[in-house]
Design a protein around this ligand. Structure first.
Ligand code: SF4
Length: 230
């Protein structure tokens, strides 16, 4: 396909590059799913249930996977017929149903979580500073897509009440601050007030069990500090 379809400017080239990655992801996801007798959507739901650790309602599965209610319901019914998930009464509402993995489903979910390994392998070929810069750019793009409602919100540090970005730099000089930012892909520049840990940009979480939605003011502050140029 001609690059001109997406334009010759850098935005067009980035879009083209991301679309090539999505082609690789689709191809690898289908390849894995066919070998497991599932669809990529079913595999994604299994991994989601494994990550969540608790039973999830159909509506929550649909929200987190950005699938329609009908597609989610069909996929879960198929997984149930294969003995990979089971439905039970939701703990917080006896009238609602929640979906959880069976032991067989947990084994399948562990295998499903491995199909993106090819991406991990490609990313690991980058120098460590580039890995940090790439992850930082991805976090920014994910947040931008969240704000525009193109993808569901994540339980990520950037929107969390407990996140203290660049926490250990408060008393440092401007020069020291600049130096630390250069190494922020490796240096522990952020702090979590819930887990009491310090971590670098590469430690910022995308899906955290201890996440608490920050107030609007807190989210704005997190974002303002995080996006300061490196
Ligand atoms: S590690 Fe978890 S609890 Fe801590 S700031 Fe990040 S999302 Fe929030």
């Amino acid at each position: 396909m001609s690059e001109a379809v997406y334009g010759e400017e850098v935005m067009g080239r980035i879009t083209h590059g991301l679309l090539r990655l999505s082609t690789a992801m689709r191809s690898q996801a289908w390849s894995w799913a066919e070998s497991a007798g599932l669809t990529p959507t079913q595999g994604e739901i299994l991994v989601l249930l494994m990550q969540g650790k608790t039973a999830l309602r159909l509506g929550e599965i649909a929200r987190q996977t950005a699938l329609t209610a009908a597609t989610t319901s069909d996929a879960v019914s198929t997984l149930e017929s294969k003995g990979l998930v089971e439905k039970r009464r939701a703990v917080d509402d006896g009238r609602a149903l929640a979906v959880k993995l069976t032991p067989k489903g947990r084994t399948a979910a562990k295998r499903a979580a491995l199909w993106p390994n090819f991406l991990q392998s490609a990313a690991s070929s980058l120098p460590i500073e580039e890995q940090g810069a790439l992850y930082r750019s991805l976090l920014k793009m994910i947040r931008e897509l969240e704000v525009k409602a193109h993808i569901p919100a994540h339980r990520m540090c950037l929107s969390c009440e407990h996140f203290e970005p660049l926490a250990d730099l408060g008393k440092e000089t401007k020069a020291a601050r600049k130096t630390t930012r250069r190494t922020r892909s490796a240096a522990p520049v952020h702090h979590c007030n819930a887990l009491l840990i310090d971590y670098p940009d590469t430690g910022v979480r995308l899906d955290c069990h201890a996440w608490d939605l920050g107030s609007e003011a807190k989210q704005k502050k997190n974002w303002k500090i995080f996006v300061q140029p490196v």
